[in-house]
Design a binder for this molecule. Sequence first.
Ligand SMILES: [Zn+2]
Length: 445
Amino acid sequence: MSDGELVLRSTRVITPEGTRAASVAVSAGTITAVLPYDAEVPAGARLEDVGEHVLLPGLVDTHVHVNDPGRTEWEGFWTATRAAAAGGITTLVDMPLNSLPPTTTVDHLRTKKAVAADKAHIDVGFWGGALPDNVKDLRPLHEAGVFGFKAFLSPSGVDEFPHLDQDRLARSLAEIASFGGLLIVHAEDPHHLGAAPQQGGPKYADFLASRPRDAEDTAIAQLIAQAKRLDARVHVLHLSSSDALPLIAAAKAEGVRITVETCPHYLTLTAEEVPDGASEFKCCPPIRESANQDLLWQALADGTIDCVVTDHSPSTADLKTDDFATAWGGISGLQLSLAAVWTQARRRGHGLEDVVRWMSTRTAALVGLDRKGAIEAGRDADFAVLAPDETFTVDPAALQHRNRVTAYAGKTLHGVVKSTWLRGERIVADGEFTDPKGELLTRTP
Ligand SMILES: [Zn+2]
């Protein structure tokens, strides 16, 4: 057998032109051709026939908090990338916080890469961070290959990652625009948060009232204004408030360079179902009402929202107390995101092609990874093999996440990932993993 020659065959291959029976030829980790289903397998090539299971491009999750080094007890590269692989994700981009150090200087980036190098089961890239005092570090980080810069407009939850006020935002954004970079933003306005009732305690309704929609809407309006003024490229992280959708749609129509993501938990869980004290459901901005959720789905369908990412942000179980005010805010979703989104998507009449567009093609495009995000010649041979009609019930004990706290416990989901492939190698099948084969990615200049 010649080196790495492989043909993957399925009656349902999701390609940019639609779903069809096909044979995908792979050589040395790259897709060389998408051939007719019954194409002859070249002499020496290995055939992997996955039957009626769907072959889709490996998902690209651009919003993951790995927390390694420094808060490795919360999550780490080994566990996060195994969980991702088990869920059909083949590329993740790591957020610049809650690791110690945060990824806010080239030195810190080097530290993070050294930690990740031997542990990555899938490909890993890095975001940089924009802090009030690191404007001088932004260009060097860009040149060192980060995919863009994250900023908070309200307190981040960790002291070492302070937020930007509007003046600092303008300064950082101008610098980032000067080298054609991308700013990704946690958009909640601190003044609106400050004015909201801060009741505390175990009642979800009180927590929801403490993070009102207008905090998101205002911050997004301000961000749009800044992006427009500076002709800068910005991305809204984890949109929850459907009230912001008209603003975003208008900005896009006007040509403002803005993209938007939302997350599986906003699309599949509702405020109405969160039990009091259940802080595994706490994240910021919060999970809102089901009527809000319907509008987020509509916005995905019409393109106002571009993509879906996990915002996987775990902590140790002891920080998930029953007081919503003080419990750690973050939901773990890496291993379950595809199944969670697919379960709702099919119920709402969407196809797997849509899910692939939201969770692979558009996220790859967001960070300029033109070798990822689609099954077509010239791209990396990254795949998930999915049984879309099979169901499973979420058992926290079966998760690869370091901390098995999950808001999805007990839910029955559609879509079982049978195997995941990275550059033509099967990295997990039926819970069995190979040694880490992931690479550390840098932005394509
Ligand atoms: Zn996040």
